[in-house]
Write a protein that binds this ligand. Structure first.
Ligand SMILES: [Zn+2]
Length: 472
């Protein structure tokens, strides 16, 4: 998933002797008796092959991608196993043993991609084409490249003789983009595969760039959680030529939705949001900067408040949101239907009571014949600490590669599998080491999704450095 994210707090930089560390962490020379690390052209070729595997979900077909990864791990002598929990759909888990002095690092990724709208692509989405310094393909950003670079880091560690303080666990899942049944299968059936991990590195934040300049290393530490609901109105069926107002399902649904669309959830400033506004204060005009420094107080100013509400991202980090997204009535124009239905995408901030929120919604839409039910399961939002060994390793990578940037813990407005893994006791972080402008980020789930070769190769180095640094 690659939805909009927002920086939550700026962590003071801990600048280290950059060049020296980069050399020791990159491990470019083979260990005695070890093999040389993967070369740049090998990494690019592997990624292009991986992008050629069509894992559009639905239907997924992730088993093909799992076999690709397993064959690679087999060639490198890394133990891995495929778990085909449904025909054609599978997770893959690999583990590279460390010396066991620290708990494992889980390198997590999903193998499925969202579908493509082919007419809007200028290239074949599953050709892995290399053009003008970019590798094109569905999954280039979300998130096959990151999966491949996590595997690259494992392979290079193995080739250099291992010797890390932690086991490295590689988890590639099926179905993240639809129902996350792959990750859920691990949590429900085989938590033993991952639950000893201390940290998890997953999709989420990237290196945010504006006007060609890297600005911040955004690391997802928490995320809003979806609670999807279905509102159904039932009434008396009839002929469209003889309309009536009483017991009319469509009209009842419209009245309910009209009230729901006007319902303002209370604004609330969670600590991460407070930190976000404080961090961004300096880049605001004088009057506004003051308000950003004390956003709780400033929200009492109606003008300031509406300016925040007008920005969909700022609005989303300050409240539980409600989006009416699907509507269904009769199957044809001349029928007044027995039932009409709406689907609503609700996103709750961390620390909410979903049952209480649902009760509130029921009160808002109350109408004779109207019922409300949840769709799917709700996984409460959880957060990982802003200060941790993995965050410090990312911070050191930042200081070496982009000293003019800042480290920015972020709130994701979308959902990732980190939400499933944190309850197992794993500190999960969302970070993918690519320098991306918003226009490039928007190609994830969009058209002509691509990643530059520069980003792939720099990303491979940063990923491996972080893995080695946190596992020293
Ligand atoms: Zn994703």
């Amino acid at each position: 998933m690659a939805e909009r994210r927002v920086a939550a707090a700026w962590v003071p930089a801990v600048i280290l002797a950059a060049a020296f560390l980069a050399l020791t962490l990159g491990a470019k020379a083979p260990a005695p008796g070890g093999k040389p690390p993967l070369q740049d052209d090998e990494i690019v070729a592997l990624l292009r092959d991986y992008l050629r595997i069509d894992t559009s979900n639905p239907p997924g077909n992730e088993l093909k991608a799992a076999h690709f990864l397993k064959e690679w791990f087999d060639r490198e002598g890394i133990a891995s196993e495929i778990f085909e929990f449904t025909p054609g759909r599978a997770d893959l888990v690999a583990r590279l043993k460390g010396n066991g002095t620290k708990r494992p690092l889980l390198l997590s990724n999903h193998m499925d991609v969202v579908n493509v709208e082919r007419p809007y692509w200028s290239v074949e989405p599953f050709s892995g084409i290399l053009k003008d310094g970019f590798i094109y393909g569905r999954g280039a950003l979300d998130m096959k490249t990151t999966g491949l670079l996590e595997a690259t880091a494992m392979v290079n560690v193995k080739r250099s003789g291992g010797g890390l303080s932690r086991d490295l666990i590689f988890l590639a899942t099926a179905d993240e983009e639809v129902g996350a049944i792959g990750a859920q299968w691990v949590v429900d059936q085989r938590p033993d595969l991952v639950k000893d991990a201390e940290f998890m590195l997953n999709e989420g934040g990237v290196i945010d760039a504006v006007d060609g300049k890297a600005r911040s290393y955004d690391v997802g530490v928490t995320e809003k959680c979806p609670m999807w609901i279905k509102i159904t109105a039932r009434g008396r069926p009839g002929h469209g030529s003889q309309p009536f107002a009483r017991d009319n399902a469509v009209l009842a649904l419209l009245r309910s939705l009209e009230r729901l669309s006007r319902y303002d959830t209370p604004m609330q400033v969670i600590p991460a949001a407070d930190a976000y506004f404080k961090a961004r204060a300096a880049s605001q005009p004088a009057g506004r900067a003051e308000k950003y420094r004390n956003v709780r107080e400033a929200l009492k100013d109606p003008e300031f408040r509406s300016s925040l509400e007008a920005d969909p991202l700022l609005n989303a980090i300050l409240r539980n949101t409600i989006a009416i997204t699907m509507l269904q009535g009769a199957p044809q124009t001349n029928i007044i239907p027995t039932a009409a239905e709406a689907r609503v995408d609700i996103r709750l901030l961390p620390g909410q009571d979903p049952a209480a929120f649902l009760a509130e919604i029921k009160k808002v839409v109350e109408e004779p014949g109207v019922t409300v039910e949840t769709v799917g399961t709700y996984v409460p939002a959880t957060a990982s600490p802003v200060e941790s060994d993995l965050m410090r390793a990312i911070e050191r990578a930042r200081a070496r590669h982009h000293p003019d940037t800042v480290l920015a813990p972020t709130i994701l407005t979308g959902w990732t599998e980190s939400a499933l893994m944190r309850p197992l006791g794993i500190q999960a972080y969302g970070f993918e080491p690519y320098v991306l402008e918003e226009s490039e980020q928007n190609r994830a789930h969009g058209n002509d999704e691509r990643i530059s070769v520069d980003n792939v190769l720099r990303g491979a180095r940063i990923m491996e450095e972080i893995v080695r640094d946190v596992s020293r």
